[in-house]
Design a protein around this ligand. Sequence first.
Ligand code: DQA
Length: 164
Amino acid sequence: MFRILVLHGPNLNLLGTREKSIYGVQTLNEVNMAIGQLARREGVHVEARQSNHEGELVTWIQETHGQFQALVINPAAYTHTSIAIRDAIVAVGIPAVEVHLSNIHRREPFRKRSLIAPVALGQISGFAATSYLLGVQAAIDYLRMKSPDEKKEIKHLDRGAMRS
Ligand code: DQA
């Protein structure tokens, strides 16, 4: 089964209360639940983590080696500043999809530049929580294209429940 790590960067723990007109009303927990539903439907394992600390995000990216096959990351403000996150993605060679809730190209000039985009498979920006779902789907499709023989999780029927 494919294993995908979703990383949320700084201030994304405040989703649902933070600048709702820009980032939407869904909480991080609700976003993660929607990602979980998609993962179950697609038969992949997705783990989601959030950190306000650049070094912690770097460590988690380093630790994907041998644990996860793809990364979906909203680096938040670190998108525009973090050579360390970019270098970590390159160092472990993990296929990464960059996602943003807002359309960073329609906002302040300093948000238009992403240090991550040049080392990502692609960038999805501007669809609120749906950006994450599109990003996870893109990662799944990429992995399936690369390894078409990987098995989906087989859901075993609960025979007891069927009998009753
Ligand atoms: C963001 C855009 C960034 O510019 C900003 O710093 C964020 C969130 C987004 O998802 O739209 O914190 O990554």
